[in-house]
Design a protein around this ligand. Structure first.
Ligand SMILES: C[S@@+](CC[C@H](N)C(=O)[O-])C[C@H]1O[C@@H](n2cnc3c(N)ncnc32)[C@H](O)[C@@H]1O
Length: 246
């Protein structure tokens, strides 16, 4: 096929947190059906159900947009703002199927981006190392990436190995605050002096910033990333934590 890609040959990044998204879609459908029946029967509760369906539809719509498109747009902007030379060594913590990994890889020439993940299916649909590798293949980026199976809390890399560490919606999946702190200390450990950390998440971002400051990171800041990455509404939007290793 010329000029276009077949479905098999297109990068597909799945959806983040497939179970919560399914609940939102089912709630929208259920409330919508209930509203239709009640309104047809001229029951007052129909209006209430309609409002509920619109609300759940808004939550499902923003979530779907954020995970399928918004995340890619926002990370493209964030990685552009790093002004990479193209020669950097970059680490993506919890890379999943490679949405951010490949956003970085596209901006490298002789550099490399390593994606580390434990490939948990409940955190992203179809989440496997093979899916990430397939996406790199179809984007012709295989020579600019490496994939490593591992745990963010115990990184299998030497100190000061990376110019940049990125992570998208991954650290909050670590259940305990102590272990999330360990992951951040590990991220700082593998950064070179002057190296930059970019960590997007929807939860715990102020705690991440505090922990990074306590661990000696400089220029630590937190900022919201805007409506494109509202995973269900403004109350569950991504923020970016940035820091620099002294
Ligand atoms: C919501 S997905 C996000 C994936 C990717 N960063 C993206 O934005 O498309 C979270 C990822 O974190 C990974 N993950 C969760 N806990 C991890 C851990 N302790 N070590 C490594 N990866 C982990 C999951 O396997 C999953 O791929």
């Amino acid at each position: 096929m010329t000029g276009s890609r077949t479905a098999r040959n297109r990068a597909r990044y799945g959806v983040d947190g497939p179970a919560p998204l399914a609940v939102l879609i089912l709630a929208t459908a259920g409330l919508g059906a209930g509203a239709a029946v009640a309104l047809a029967a001229r029951r007052r509760v129909g209006r209430l159900l309609l409002v509920g369906a619109l609300f759940e539809g808004f939550r499902a719509g923003t979530y779907l947009y954020a995970t399928v498109r918004g995340k890619l747009m926002v990370w493209g902007r964030e990685v552009d703002a790093l002004n990479l030379t193209g020669t950097e060594q970059v680490l993506d913590l919890g890379c999943g199927r490679g949405a951010v990994l490949l956003t970085v890889a596209r901006r490298l020439t002789t550099g490399k981006v390593i994606g580390l993940d434990s490939w948990r299916a409940k955190d992203q649909s179809g989440n496997t190392e093979a899916a990430a590798r397939h996406n790199a293949d179809v984007e012709n980026l295989t020579d600019r990436i490496d994939l490593v199976t591992g745990d963010m809390c115990a990184l299998p890399f030497d100190d000061a190995s990376f110019d940049v560490v990125v992570s998208s919606l991954a650290v909050h999946n670590i259940p305990s605050a102590d272990d999330r702190g360990t992951a951040l200390v590990e991220a700082l450990r593998v950064l070179r002096p002057g190296g930059r950390l970019l960590l997007a998440d929807a939860m715990h971002v102020d705690a991440y910033a505090d922990m990074l400051r306590r661990s000696g990171a400089q220029d630590v800041a937190v900022r919201p990333l805007g409506w494109r990455v509202w995973y269900g509404g403004p109350w569950f939007g991504l923020s970016m934590v940035t820091a620099r290793k002294p």
